[in-house]
Ligand binder design. Structure first.
Ligand SMILES: [Zn+2]
Length: 381
């Protein structure tokens, strides 16, 4: 499984605005169930890039310079994808390119995406947000001498660290008595687990994880748990059974899935409860598009909850970025004439990411969220 999406990367993209030139955003579906062979994938990539070419040609408001630059972008993407960009394991691709703005990125996605071509003054990150919105989990696989750290969402994991602390002395008793040999082996295990703890402690500083799961032999896992640093221990959410060394990332995910599903459901229930409480007391929550857009504009959102497939036309103030639901009219903040936008929900999601808020998508069948107007938010203040 391959993925290049991180929350940080998403945030950077969501914040990107080009002073000159337009941004081409292209999403390519490489669902292995539909595009199993390399030729099928190549054909698919080529056909979506053709579509991008047509979108540029048929676009009504591009300047000559913008059009030429975007055409170069399409050629550059084609060349990259032809000349051995490794799409192995990717279930989709996201392309963001703007020659004039110096932007060129091809990201591998862990999950299929619908095709999409967009030309805008910013990268279209909403389909990415949908994937990245899955919260980041760490799965730590550990036995008496080895460790693996896999990071990702319920849609896919990436192995980020793997180490075999095999120590030569372990298999060579030399002149040691049985008792001393045993003590030296136990010390090696101890050193190994201490090193694991130190590395996790170092890495957790730079990451915001929904939780950590430990997998491996019960005794070793319990041993590691006893020595975990408080910063790591407070993220520990569960344990699962797994082959520590020989399982693929997909097998690890499958082994942890039941635990992850349960934990995710619990987090969603807690979030729902906190939003209900906030709404009930007139406190830190917002519901319905209008209220939520205001909160997004005021940078108050902690967690945005959106129903899958929810879209709405709206307006945006070109001056201050104010977002609204009704068409036309002036910005209430500065009186500037607002401009119409096709999907104000997409903009709200991108902006929430840019503000370091979490975004949770809920299924279209979620009645609780539907009664809230298909969108709600937990607020920071
Ligand atoms: Zn304004």
């Amino acid at each position: 499984m391959a993925t290049d999406i991180t929350t940080d990367r998403l945030r950077e993209l969501a914040e990107t605005r080009t002073a000159q030139g337009k941004v081409l955003s292209v999403f390519i579906n490489l669902d292995p169930r539909e595009f199993a062979t390399p030729p099928a994938r190549a054909t698919e990539i080529s056909s979506v890039m053709d579509e991008a070419g047509r979108a540029i040609r048929d676009h009504g408001t591009l300047t000559h310079a913008e059009r030429t630059a975007l055409e170069h972008d399409v050629e550059r993407v084609r060349a990259q994808l032809r000349n051995g960009l490794d799409t192995e394991g990717a279930r989709g691709l996201a392309v963001f390119a703007s020659e004039l703005a110096g932007l060129f990125e091809i990201l591998k996605l862990p999950r299929p995406v619908p095709h999409k071509v967009a030309i805008s003054d910013h990268p279209c990150v909403e389909p990415l947000a949908r994937i990245g919105a899955g919260e980041l989990w760490w799965l730590v696989l550990v036995d008496r001498r080895r460790v693996r750290l896999l990071a990702g969402t319920i849609d896919g994991l990436v192995e980020v660290w793997r180490q075999d602390d095999d120590v030569p002395g372990k298999h060579d008793q030399g002149g040691l008595s049985q008792a001393r040999y045993q003590r030296s082996v136990e010390k090696e295990v101890d050193d190994h687990l201490r090193a694991v703890n130190a590395e996790l402690q170092r890495r957790i500083k730079a990451n915001r994880v929904a939780g950590i799961l430990l997998g491996g032999p019960k005794e070793t896992v319990a041993h590691l748990e006893q020595m975990l640093h408080a910063d790591v221990a407070k993220c520990l959410k569960g344990r699962f059974d797994v082959d520590v060394w020989n399982s693929s990332t997909d097998e690890v995910l499958n082994a942890a899935r039941a635990v992850l599903d349960e934990l995710t459901a619990r987090r969603d229930r807690e979030l729902q409860q906190r939003i209900d409480e906030g709404l009930g007391t007139g406190g830190r929550a917002a519901a319905g598009l209008n209220e939520v857009l205001t909160a997004v504009h005021e940078r108050r959102v902690d967690t945005l909850v959106v129903q899958d497939g929810f879209t709405a036309k709206g307006t945006r103030c070109p001056q201050c970025g104010w977002l609204g639901v009704s068409a036309g009219g002036q910005c209430p903040a500065d009186g500037t004439m607002t401009e119409a936008v096709d999907d104000v929900v997409e903009i709200a999601v991108a902006r929430a990411f840019a503000q370091d808020a979490r975004v949770r998508y809920r299924p279209a069948t979620d009645l609780w969220l539907e009664q809230k107007g298909s969108i709600a938010a937990l607020l920071r203040f």
